[in-house]
Structures are given as C-alpha cells and as structure tokens.
Design a protein around this ligand. Structure first.
Ligand SMILES: NC(=O)c1ccc[n+]([C@@H]2O[C@H](COP(=O)([O-])OP(=O)(O)OC[C@H]3O[C@@H](n4cnc5c(N)ncnc54)[C@H](O)[C@@H]3O)[C@@H](O)[C@H]2O)c1
Length: 506
C-alpha cells in the first residue's frame, strides 16, 4: 500500500519520507526540480492559487504513479478535495507538530521564512485550521520528534490495517508504544500486535472479564478482582501478585489490563513491580479509561487516607482501544467518563472543545481519539509530572478530595471530577464557561452539587494532601480561564477554596 505523509510546515515530512527507503518523493522537491525555482519564488511570482493548482496536479500524478511508494505532501495539500479523495486507498501518516515548535523550526521571523511562515498570528491560525483536517484523515499519527525514525515506527505497526483501526504513536521519556483505536478490535478474537511476544496474563474485574476476557485466549492466566474503586488497594495488588506466582508468570510474559481505570491502574502497578517490572498492555473498556487513564503510564493504588498515593510510572507496551466495548457499559459509567471528556476538551480547546460543546455523544470515536491525542501530547512533554502534565489534574484536586472523604464509595471517579471541574472553573473566575460546563455535565446526568452530608472542612483538609503539593508549600491548582488556556501550579487563597467547595453544597 502506498504511503502519504501529511503535516504542517516544519513537521519533517521530507526527512521522514527519506527514512521510508527508495521510491519516496517529496511533492515540493519535485515541483522545484521540474520548474527550476524554489516554491517561495513560485508563490511570489504567480500567487498562492496558481501554486495550489500546480501542487494539486503534481500530487495527484505522484499518488497515481506505481513506481512511487511514499509521497510527502505539502502542508496545504489537504485543502484540495481531489487530493483528499485520492488518498482513499493510501496509508496516511501525520507527522504531528504543535504551532510553537513549528514556528521555531520554520518561522520565528527569519528573513528566509516560507511565505506562510512570516506572520506569527496568521501562522497560528493556519495551524489551528489545518490540524483537525490532518487528524481526520490520518491512519497513523506520529509526533514530529520521531520523523527520523518513521520507517522503523511504521514497520512496528504494519499489522494494523488502515480503515479498520488507527494508530497514535505515544512517546515518553521512558518508552514508546502504539495506541491502536478501532471498532471491533477486541471482537471475538482480539487484535494483538505482532511485535508483542510472550504469554498473556489477563488481569480484569468480573464485569469486564465476563464480557471480553475470552477474546484474549489463549492466556497463561486469567486473574479477576471485584469491580470498583475499593479493589484499587495494596491488598488487591498482593492478591494479583500471588496468583501470578501460582501460575508461574515470568518477566517475559505480558499482563493484559482488561477493564476500566481501576483495573488499568492496579494491573499496571502489578506489572511495574512484579519481578521488578514486566510489560503490560492496556485494553480500556470504560470511557474514563479510553479517554484518559489507559495512556501515560501512571499506575498505582489508593490508601484509605489519600487517592493514588502509592504507585509507579510504567508505560504500557501497547494500548488497544475498541469503542464498541462501551456499548455494554452502564449509562452512569458512560456519564462518569464524560467528565474526563469535558476536562480534556477544556485543556485542548480548539476543534476538540468545539465538537464536545456542539453535543457530540460521550462515546464519539473522534472525541475519544482527540482526547487520547491531547493526553499523549501532554505526557510526551512531561512524563513524570513535574510540569505541564499537571494540567491533566484539572478538576481533580478537589475531585480526589471528595472521593477520599466519601470513602471511594459515594461517587464514581468521574462524578467527583465533574464536581471538581465546577469548583476549578469557579476558582478560575470563568463564569460563562462554568455555566456552559454545568449544562454539559447535567445533560450527561452528572451531579452538579455535593451531597449535603459531605463536610466542607474534610474536603478542604483532604485537598491539602494532594500529591502535587511540595513539602509545606501551597497546594498547586490547575485553573482554566478559557478553553485551551489552562494553567498549572496556581496558588489559590484559602477563602476562595472554601467558597468554591461551599458553592458545590449549595
Ligand atoms: N492512571 C491514570 O492516568 C488515571 C486517569 C484517570 C482516572 N484514573 C483512575 O481510573 C479509575 C476510574 O476508572 P473507571 O471509571 O473506568 O472505573 P472502573 O474501572 O471501576 O469501571 C467502572 C465499572 O465499569 C465496569 N466495566 C468496565 N468495562 C465495562 C464494559 N465494557 N461493560 C460493562 N461494564 C464495564 C467495571 O467492572 C466497573 O464496575 C479511578 O481509580 C481513577 O483514579 C487513572
């Protein structure tokens, strides 16, 4: 199958194409070679629309040429409907770059900057307009930082059939892995990456296992825990480890974390510590897990005193996401996941937020993919939570405190996050946004007010134990004055915190 490389200016499409071996061509380079002039000169002499026509003709010809195996497209080529149509039977790879990085690479006020990279605001607008177009068409999305290893990465995901599933290539300081997203991926017999050798050890809860564990047979062991947050404890980790020993699990085997966030966090932690670390694959089957918890390698368990207090950073070897598994999920669980969808949309802003506020259903495939991409982009910058990853805590500082003081039993994680989001937007002074978010959360059936029996004092005290706190310093909050503009490490005055929590009780 032919490959097309798409992406914004500066993403490294030309060098990426070169890693794909002979038969790879770059449309801009072909145009320059044939016309004997640089693209910038054609732009200046004939204007953008004449260049676009030439670009369309050349791109269509190269996509049709059987001797060409890979084509690096120009950054604006996907604006052409004819080019988009011609990509039907082609594997489309997006080299993903954010606006800031792209500006540093090709714009930044350089005298020799490309024609569309001379004005920063125009550049950012163009990036915001084109990125969703690239994302919608891409079969594989790879961070631009990996452009020189593109050939190797594509070889690792060769067994994923375009049209049936998409791949997001996740990167973090400690490791990289494919996130494969496709309806029917679990099915009767689950998709399993060819590159992943080793016997499978399925760790799941009774609900998810009853529905989907069969698809992962043959497995060396199938270990089940009781469903629910109360199973996310050290005692349960010990049960899993003991079962693993009894089944003769060794370090070269692979744990399959099949279920929601509870199973993912617990099984991932068990994999991180068993014989000092073994591989695991996340197979998220709840919305919370598909839009958030399955990515980024945070694993761990709760203590009675505080949530997620003991754990490890341990990246999965792959994440397999089948949105069809959400069809068996209880409506309240889907609603709980919607709180994480709204959180992620607020962090991303732009097209993702527009789609969510426009009423996309909770389990919309594009929304799930957009949320996964948003989280992966953040984790890629800061795996260990010392900087921007803290953004993912939006709504969680107070949300986790509510979960803790109610014994992890009164509210689902997502329900507590919904309340935490409202408090965080109050602290952000974002009145209109809080109103809009309230409506979205209420529409999904999520609570907008705190059970009057919950003590405000206790919630405030539990907030002070938030893991992001350093020493005796203030608890850092994530505030979100506007979609896409969240800030981490913000200090909140005690009286403001009290007012925001009290308001939830109103
Ligand atoms: N590691 C992270 O980065 C991260 C991020 C967000 C949340 N989390 C954690 O995730 C946990 C919450 O996850 P959750 O909301 O998925 O809860 P959960 O794992 O308890 O699942 C919710 C319920 O859905 C059931 N279930 C799972 N899949 C099903 C399916 N396909 N059909 C029918 N029932 C199904 C489960 O058995 C359970 O009863 C919390 O502990 C939270 O701290 C972790």
């Amino acid at each position: 199958m032919k490959t097309a490389l798409v992406g914004f200016m500066g993403a490294g499409k030309t060098s990426g194409a070169q890693t794909l071996g002979p038969g790879a061509v770059d449309v801009d380079a072909v145009i320059e070679q044939r016309s004997g002039r640089p693209v910038a000169e054609i732009f200046a002499a004939q204007g953008e629309s004449a260049f676009r026509e030439l670009e369309e003709r050349t791109t269509l010809e190269l996509l049709d040429d059987p001797t060409v195996r890979a084509v690096a497209l120009g950054g604006g080529a996907l604006q052409s409907q004819r080019i988009r149509d011609a990509l039907g039977g082609v594997r489309v790879i997006l080299l993903d770059i954010d606006a800031e990085q792209a500006w540093q690479r090709v714009g930044a006020g350089r005298d020799d900057a490309r024609p569309l990279a001379r004005d920063r605001e125009q550049f950012e607008r163009l990036h915001a307009a084109r990125r969703p177009l690239y994302e919608a068409l891409a079969d594989v999305i790879v961070p631009a930082s990996c452009s020189l290893r593109l050939g190797e990465i594509l070889a690792a995901v060769e067994d994923v059939t375009p049209g049936e599933a998409r791949v997001l290539w996740a990167t973090a300081e400690s490791g990289e892995y494919p996130v494969v997203i496709g309806a029917g991926l679990v099915g009767e017999r689950a998709f399993w990456p060819r590159a992943l050798s080793g016997r499978r050890v399925v760790v799941s809860d009774y609900n998810a296992a009853g529905l989907y564990a069969q698809a992962f047979e043959p497995a060396l062991a199938s270990i089940r825990i009781m469903p629910g947050e109360q199973s996310k404890t050290l005692a349960h980790a010990e049960i899993v480890w003991t079962e693993m020993v009894r089944h003769g699990v060794t370090r070269t085997d692979v744990v399959v974390a099949l279920g929601g966030g509870v199973v993912g966090d617990l099984a991932g932690f068990c994999a991180a510590a068993y014989q000092r670390g073994m591989r695991f694959v996340q197979v998220p089957t709840t919305l919370v897990a598909q839009v958030d918890s399955a990515y980024g390698g945070k694993t761990g368990v709760d203590l009675a005193e505080a949530k997620n207090y003991v754990g490890a950073f341990h990246q999965p070897s792959a994440v397999l996401v089948d949105p069809q598994t959400l069809t068996t999920l209880a409506p309240e669980e889907l609603a709980a996941g919607y709180a994480e969808v709204v959180k992620t949309g607020l962090l991303a802003g732009g097209a993702l937020w527009d789609r969510i506020r426009g009423g996309a259903p909770a389990n919309d495939l594009q929304v799930i993919t957009g949320c996964a991409l948003t989280k992966l982009r953040i984790v890629a910058q800061d795996e260990h939570d010392t900087g921007p990853r803290q953004l993912l805590n939006l709504g969680h500082t107070i949300g986790h405190a509510i979960e803790t003081v109610t014994g992890y039993a009164r509210y689902r994680h997502g329900e507590a996050v919904a309340l935490g989001l409202l408090a965080a937007l109050r602290l952000s002074g974002a009145e209109d946004l809080r109103e809009e978010v309230s409506e979205l959360l209420a529409g999904a059936g999520l609570p907008l007010s705190l059970d009057p029996q919950v003590s405000v004092e206790e919630v405030i005290r539990a907030t002070a134990r938030d893991k992001k706190r350093v020493g005796e310093g203030p608890v850092p909050f994530v505030l979100c004055p506007a979609p896409g503009r969240a800030l981490f490490g913000q200090v909140v005055a005690p009286e403001e915190l009290r007012a925001a929590v009290e308001e939830l009780r109103a």
